[in-house]
Write a protein that binds this ligand. Structure first.
Ligand code: PLP
Length: 375
């Protein structure tokens, strides 16, 4: 928690739950990433946190944008950046949405199937296209495997097909899984991409871009490697597999850029037990899975949760306020809060700047979507 956020909460006493983003930390995160992968074009994944103030800040620092829908194209454009700084990275797009993005000037599109390539060739003629390959998602706390990407042999055929269509076969992309705590995980995918570059070159198709995705972590309860460690591992891998012909590199950070820059201020609604014998107390907060904490699914992402009280640690089950029994945040993970915690207390959910406001439901049980204050 930064001094700036602390001051804001003390002076403004905003209604809870709310997310407070410290823009200075977002700027720091951008610089850290740029230093770690200086050769890469940075395409911020808008879905992580699309607050206009954040997009504007990043645009001003030279960021480009990875988008997944026409609305996200509009959000990126509203920062004033030109359409050539936008990549439509979703491999699952309606043809009408491709046409709408094309009309707004977007000329860079992802695909991982023959049918999607055909849609792009029809609706966005002349555009650059890149093929996403499968990764295992191993070691990621929020894997993005299975649903996205195709195997490398299929990618080869698809990129060859692209070269016969009215589009430019531009490169290869992958994502090693979100909250990836192992810098070595980029290596397998980089090796496969290098194989694709060579195979296609033999068929006289010259690829120029490698998109190494996002996956860079933010610190939750467990420690994470430094951005420098990621940069070094990736650089070493690129040199080993591409030699002195390293392609243009793109990164698509989401979580790393905004995760640690925000805290969610919440209020304790109820503290109770279900029986006298219960070892753990139930603590119900005014935010839950449907209010923005969807990544607590299977207790995958474990936010640090902090109270100002000083009592001895009391084991708790944390849950949200809605009338859905799936709205439990942490039951198995070992969470403790001070034993003198009271109903009405404020509790902070730290490192909550990524994938929270975008996951908040519109009005489940009439609860309002999570508000953001950018400071
Ligand atoms: C979500 C997403 C990202 C961002 O992933 P992080 O793990 O948050 O860095 C990058 N690229 C694509 C295509 C995505 O869908």
């Amino acid at each position: 928690m930064t001094k700036k956020i602390q001051k804001f909460l003390a002076e403004q006493q905003p209604a809870t739950p709310c997310l407070v983003m410290d823009l200075d930390l977002v700027a720091d995160n951008f610089k850290k990433l740029r230093n770690a992968v200086p050769q890469a074009g940075i395409y911020y994944a808008v879905k992580a946190n699309p607050a206009p103030e954040i997009l504007k800040l990043l645009a001003g620092m030279g960021s480009c944008f990875d988008v997944a829908s026409v609305n996200e194209v509009e959000m990126a454009l509203s920062t004033g950046v030109a359409a050539d700084r936008i990549s439509f990275g979703n491999t699952i797009k309606k043809k009408s949405d491709i046409a709408a993005a094309y009309a707004r000037g977007v000329r860079l599109y992802a695909f991982d199937s023959a049918a999607e390539l055909e849609k792009i060739a029809d609706a966005a003629p002349g555009s650059r296209v890149f093929c996403r390959i499968l990764t295992s998602g191993a070691n990621a706390e929020w894997p993005l495997s299975r649903k996205f990407g195709c195997d490398v042999k299929m990618a080869k055929e698809l990129l060859l097909e692209a070269s016969r269509r009215n589009v430019v076969p531009y490169g290869v992309s992958f994502h090693v899984g979100s909250q990836q705590r192992d810098p070595a995980q980029w290596d397998t995918a980089v090796a496969e991409a290098a194989w694709l570059f060579r195979e296609l070159e033999q068929q006289n198709v010259q690829l120029t871009m490698l998109n190494i995705g996002g996956g860079f972590p933010t610190r939750y309860r467990k420690s994470i490697p430094t951005m420098g460690a990621y940069g070094a591992a990736i650089d070493e891998s690129l040199r080993r597999h591409f030699g002195n012909r390293i392609p243009d590199i793109i990164v698509e950070p989401g979580r790393q850029m905004v995760g640690n820059a925000g805290i969610i201020q919440t209020e304790v609604v109820l503290i109770s037990k279900k029986s006298e014998a219960d070892r753990k107390s139930w603590v119900y907060l005014d935010i839950g899975k449907f209010g923005g904490l969807a990544e607590t699914m299977d207790e995958a992402i474990q936010y640090p949760i902090v109270s100002e009280r000083k009592g001895a640690p009391m084991p708790v089950i944390l849950a949200g306020p809605t009338c859905d029994s799936a709205d439990i945040l942490y039951e198995k993970a070992d969470y403790r809060l001070p034993s003198d915690l009271q109903i009405g207390d404020k509790v902070e959910i730290r490192a909550a700047g990524a994938y929270t406001t975008t996951y908040a439901s519109v009005a489940f049980n009439g609860f309002e979507p999570l508000k953001t204050h950018c400071i």
